[in-house]
Design a protein around this ligand. Structure first.
Ligand SMILES: Nc1ncnc2c1ncn2[C@@H]1O[C@H](COP(=O)(O)OP(=O)(O)OP(=O)(O)O)[C@@H](O)[C@H]1O
Ligand SMILES: [Mg+2]
Length: 329
C-alpha cells in the first residue's frame, strides 16, 4: 500500500450526482482510492459502473446536470477539486494528461499533429517555439512514431489508429504530467497494437514515474499492466487490491465473476464470462448491497445494509461475507 504522502493522486469520499426532475441521482457513491508514483491502477467494471465519470471528476470535467457532490481530490498532496476554473485548466493540461478511446477526442483533424503538440507545450511550458518543436519531435520518438522529424507535419488522418493513439499519448505527455487518466485507450485497437500501446504506457510509468489510472472493461488489459485494481460496481468500489491477489483470489463475489473474464494465457479466447443478471440502473439501486440480487452468496444483511469498504487481510472489500461480526450475527 502506498503511504499517503507518496500518493500522486488521492481520491477521498468522492460522490457525483445528476440532478433530475425526480431529485438527485447518485452515480458515484463515496469512492476513495490512491495512486502512487509509477503505479498503474486498473479500474474495471461493467458498462455504466461509473469508471469514466470517476476520471472526469478527477479532471474536473463533469458538466451540468452532473456535479461533484462530496469528497476531495488531491494531486501531489494538494487539493485540486476546489480550484477556480482557470487554475484547473492549467492543472489539467500540465499535471494531468488524458487519453481516451477515440484519439480524435484529443486531436483536431484539421491541424498537423506537430502544431497541436507545439501549441500545448507553449501553453504550459516556458520555452521558445523552436525548442517546443524539438521537444515535440523527441516526444513523438519516445512514443514510438518512426521518423518523427517527418511525421510531425502530418495530419491525424495520415496515421493508423495505433499510431494516432501514440500521438495522443505524446500530447498527454507534453508538459510532463504526474498523472495520466487513460479511459479505454486500447479498446478500438487490434490485439497486437493494443499490446504495444500497453507496453508504452507501462514504460512511461517505469521510466518517468507517471501515475496512471487506466479505465478498462477488459480483464486481459488489467492482467497485463496494472499494479493494483479497483473493481467498481454501481458507483462504488466493490474491491481494491494488488493485481496478483485480486486476480488469483478475488474476494468479492462480483470480482470473482469478473475474474472469469480474463483471457486464457494463449490469448486467443477473449470471451467474457457472463455474470447472470445485470447491474441496476441508477434510478433503481436497491437497498443494501447493490450486487445482492445477482449474488450466489447473499445472506441476511445483504438486502438491508450496504457493506462498507473494509480492510480484510491487507486488502479492501465491500462485502458482508468478510465482516466477521455481521457474519456471526
Ligand atoms: N449526463 C448524464 N446524465 C445522467 N446520467 C449520466 C450522465 N453521464 C453519465 N451518467 C450515468 O452515470 C453512470 C456512470 O457512467 P460512466 O460513463 O462513468 O460509466 P462507465 O463505467 O464509464 O461505463 P462504460 O463502460 O459504458 O464506459 C451511468 O449510469 C450513466 O448512465
Ligand atoms: Mg466509460
Amino acid at each position: 500500500m502506498t503511504p499517503l504522502d507518496e500518493s500522486v493522486l488521492s481520491v477521498r469520499n468522492l460522490s457525483v450526482e445528476f440532478e433530475t426532475r425526480f431529485g438527485p441521482l447518485k452515480a458515484i457513491d463515496n469512492i476513495s482510492f490512491e495512486i502512487g508514483r509509477g503505479e498503474v491502477l486498473g479500474v474495471v467494471g461493467e458498462s455504466g459502473a461509473g469508471k469514466s465519470l470517476t476520471g472526469s471528476a478527477i479532471a474536473n470535467l463533469i458538466v451540468s446536470p452532473g456535479r461533484v457532490s462530496g469528497g476531495e481530490i488531491l494531486l501531489g498532496g494538494e487539493r485540486i477539486d476546489n480550484l477556480p476554473a482557470s487554475q484547473m485548466r492549467r492543472v489539467r493540461g500540465k499535471r494531468i494528461g488524458m487519453v481516451f478511446q477515440d484519439p480524435l477526442t484529443s486531436l483536431n483533424p484539421l491541424f498537423r499533429v506537430g502544431d497541436q503538440i507545439v501549441e500545448t507545450i507553449l501553453t504550459h511550458l516556458d520555452c521558445s517555439p523552436s525548442a517546443a518543436r524539438k521537444r515535440a519531435i523527441e516526444l513523438l520518438g519516445e512514443v514510438g512514431i518512426p521518423s518523427p522529424e517527418e511525421r510531425i507535419d502530418s495530419f491525424p488522418h495520415e496515421f493508423s489508429g495505433g499510431m494516432r493513439q501514440r500521438v495522443v499519448i505524446a500530447l498527454a505527455l507534453c508538459a510532463d504530467p504526474e498523472l495520466i487518466i487513460a479511459d479505454e485507450p486500447t479498446t478500438a485497437l487490434d490485439v497486437v497494437v493494443q499490446a504495444q500501446i500497453l507496453d508504452l504506457l507501462r514504460a512511461l510509468c517505469d521510466e518517468r514515474g507517471v501515475a496512471i489510472m487506466l479505465v478498462t472493461h477488459d480483464m486481459g488489459v488489467i492482467a497485463e499492466i496494472a499494479d493494483r485494481v479497483a473493481v467498481v460496481y454501481a458507483g462504488r468500489i466493490a474491491e481494491i487490491g494488488r493485481r496478483d491477489e485480486l486476480i488469483s483470489q478475488p474476494l468479492h463475489p462480483y470480482a470473482r465473476g469478473l475474474m472469469g473474464a480474463i483471457p486464457t494465457v494463449t490469448g486467443t479466447d477473449r470471451e467474457l464470462v457472463q455474470i447472470p443478471g445485470s447491474m441496476p440502473r441508477l434510478t433503481a439501486i436497491p437497498k443494501g448491497c447493490a450486487f445482492h440480487a445477482r449474488c450466489g452468496q447473499k445472506f441476511e444483511p445483504c438486502d438491508i445494509r450496504r457493506p462498507d469498504l473494509l480492510d480484510h487481510e491487507g486488502r479492501k472489500v465491500a462485502c458482508h461475507l468478510y465482516n466477521s461480526e455481521r457474519r456471526a450475527a
